[in-house]
Design a protein around this ligand. Structure first.
Ligand code: MSP
Length: 631
């Protein structure tokens, strides 16, 4: 039987707008889950939504909705996003799920029976945004939340308390006997400092609102949202419901969390588990924040980048590569679109893309199928040694969640392979028939490297790895990592380059354009009639339409505008099929500066109405000659 592996992300506040910073936790956890699955672990990967609490109740009220209807609608946004990001979670848990509600009550009862829950009076401060209690000594004279700096609310309530203080010593002991319990080390030290100062009991129920799980023994109270949320990690895998499943996956191998919620996971959650007499998770890994110009990415700061916009423009694998390679996991890291483009052009299009394209082209120009290695030379030994070292390092680093290091090793191998091409000069070998066997060996060795690269990249860049292994006609099989395990005699498919280069000058404007399109509902500043007159809007007829390769959204259109032919690229492919567009009359911005979208020239832009996911192109009400002006 294969060994179990249980990995979790935090459950997301259902009313938050996911951005690239918050999606980061899930993207990384997905890589780890895929890596462990590749190694044959019986992996369970959990994510979900956190749906109770005062913040959500207020937001629902503002919308005039029942909280349950409100969260039902919002949860779909996350389910859909994770699909779009190809997240491989085994379950999506919602804290409003019936089984979760029952588990929370059960666990609470257990802690109560143990004598760890008592009725008391809470007087202090509460941050509704972070759903966090703060004591007088935590907050300054300004009474702002120490984490998000929003105004705090004063709370005076009869609450149930959890005897967290009782667990200070057992937790300290656990930290000492399990030095890897919290990682990275500097975050563990932050927790140890809090522990050394002693923990205080915490309030774990509320009475001033009712959107939460009622206490089993006192229905006036709902359970504090963090207490409710943390329990998701055990309710998802059958605590109190499916003993076999629970025994298999608990304790979790790793909880991935952002640094600001480390305290809840590394102190409060373990204490709750101790009280319920359950084993503690093996590891909590608290990563840093994605920032823009040093500031945490967050919707409220206006610096949020929508992951779907990024993925649509640059491709999922490129975005994932950039995040894992450029941002050292554990530390904060600045997100920069410029650096993303540099990585795509230098590492993906140039280093990897060129290696693959030129090697495979040479195989097909000189051989009918992949040759086998026959004539070795000393430089082959260098390539082999580096390959074997890279494989060792890959495992070493992946096990420690050191993704930057792991990808750096793989790219050193790719770079050396390009050097190997320069050193062995296969284009000269191809000219001399007596050197054909040596040529075959050189090309085989390079394909062998590519096969290993495709296996190592497969948990990280899923499509790229598949694409590469299809080109070289080899299996992605982790047991076949190693030198000269490539099957020769197979057909090679050169196909399109793995990654198109990105034109830096034009591309970023495109992203901006897409982003502004996304925010059509936002009010824009007033303009004058002269501003409007700058727009040259015309009627055009669609003559031809076809999809832009490798894009789900972009469609290339050939337009007739008063006899003139024009090509534009429009992001309407997710809603309209190319065939359904032919013959339609549309409105275009005729004097828009030309741009290139995914390598395709676009000379104008069509107008469309957008309402969330809905999109409809604008047209004219009756027949009008093309070229007609719109005013
Ligand atoms: N609901 C709680 C978690 C409960 S778990 C029992 C929560 N939700 S959240 O939606 O605010 O955050 C989800 C994840 O996104 C957290 O890991 C958080 O740290 C992460 N991030 C949110 N903004 C982030 C960045 N700018 N950068 C990196 N991670 C960030 O907290």
């Amino acid at each position: 039987m294969s060994k179990p592996f249980y990995v979790t992300t935090p459950i997301y506040y259902v009313n938050s707008d996911p951005h690239i910073g918050s999606a980061y936790t899930t993207i990384v956890a997905d890589v780890v889950a895929r890596y462990k699955r590749m190694l044959g672990y019986d992996t369970f990967f959990l994510t979900g939504t956190d749906e109770h609490g005062q913040k959500i109740m207020r937001a629902a009220k503002e919308k005039g909705m029942e909280p349950k209807d409100f969260v039902d609608e919002l949860a779909q946004k996350f389910i859909k996003l994770w699909k779009e990001l190809d997240i491989s979670n085994d379950l999506f848990i919602r804290t409003t799920d019936d089984y979760h509600v029952k588990t929370v009550q059960k666990l609470f009862q257990k802690m109560y029976d143990k004598g760890d829950i008592y009725l008391g009076k809470y007087e202090g401060w509460y941050c509704v945004y972070d759903e966090t209690f703060w004591t007088e000594k935590d907050v300054g004279a300004d009474k702002l939340c120490p984490v998000c700096h929003r105004p705090l609310e004063h709370v005076e309530e009869e609450n149930y308390f959890f005897k967290l203080s009782k667990y200070t010593k057992p937790l300290l002991d656990h930290f000492k006997t399990h030095p890897d319990f919290v990682e990275p080390d500097f975050r563990k030290n932050e927790m140890l400092k809090i522990l050394e100062g002693g923990l205080e009991d915490i309030s774990v129920s509320r009475t001033s609102f009712n959107w939460g799980i009622p206490l089993p023994f006192d229905q006036k109270h709902v359970i504090y949202v963090w207490f409710d949320a943390l329990v998701n990690y055990v309710s998802a895998i059958g605590y109190g419901r499916d003993d076999e499943m629970f025994k298999k996956y608990w304790p979790a191998d790793v909880h991935f969390v952002g640094k600001e919620i480390n305290r809840f996971h590394s102190l409060i959650w373990p204490a709750m588990l101790m009280s319920a007499e359950l084993p503690l998770p093996k590891k909590i890994f608290a990563h840093g924040w994605l920032t823009v110009n040093g500031e945490k990415i967050s919707k409220s700061k206006g610096n949020a980048v929508d992951p779907r916009v990024l993925v649509n423009a640059y491709g999922l694998d490129a975005v994932k590569y950039y995040l894992l390679r450029d941002i050292s996991f554990g530390n904060d890291g600045d997100f920069s679109e410029d650096n993303l483009i540099v990585r795509i052009n230098a590492d993906l299009a140039n280093d990897l893309g060129n290696l693959v394209h030129r090697t495979l082209s040479m195989v097909n120009q000189n051989f009918s199928e992949l040759p086998s290695p026959k004539v070795e030379s000393a430089v082959d030994e260098d390539l082999k040694n580096l390959l074997l070292k890279t494989i060792d390092d890959y495992f070493k680093y992946m096990e420690k969640f050191k993704f930057t290091e792991s990808l750096t090793q793989i790219w050193d191998l790719i770079k050396f392979s390009n050097k190997y091409v320069d050193l062995t000069e296969p284009w000269l070998l191809a000219k001399d028939p007596s050197k054909h066997e040596r040529l075959g060996t050189v090309l085989y060795n390079l394909v062998d490297v590519m096969r290993n690269v495709s296996i190592m990249l497969s948990p990280i860049m899923v499509k790229t790895a598949q694409n590469l292994s299809n080109k070289i006609n080899q299996k992605i099989d982790v047991n076949l990592l190693g030198w000269h395990k490539t099957i020769s005699g197979v057909k090679i498919e050169v196909g399109d380059p793995l990654f198109p280069r990105i034109d830096t000058t034009i591309w970023k404007k495109v992203i901006k354009m897409v982003e502004t399109n996304e925010q059509v509902s936002d009010k824009k500043p007033e303009i004058t009639i002269e501003d409007f007159a700058k727009l040259d809007l015309r009627v055009a007829r669609i003559k031809q339409a076809e999809r832009v390769p490798k894009s789900d959204k972009l469609v290339k259109l050939l337009l007739d505008i008063a006899g003139e032919e024009r090509q534009i690229v429009a992001g309407i492919g997710a809603v309209y099929t190319p065939e359904s567009l032919i013959g339609r009359e549309i409105i275009v911005i005729y004097n828009l500066k030309p741009a290139k979208l995914m390598g395709v020239d676009s000379n104008g832009m069509l107008l469309a109405a957008k309402d969330g996911e809905k999109l409809r192109i604008l047209t004219v009400d009756g027949f009008v000659e093309t070229g007609a002006k719109i005013s």
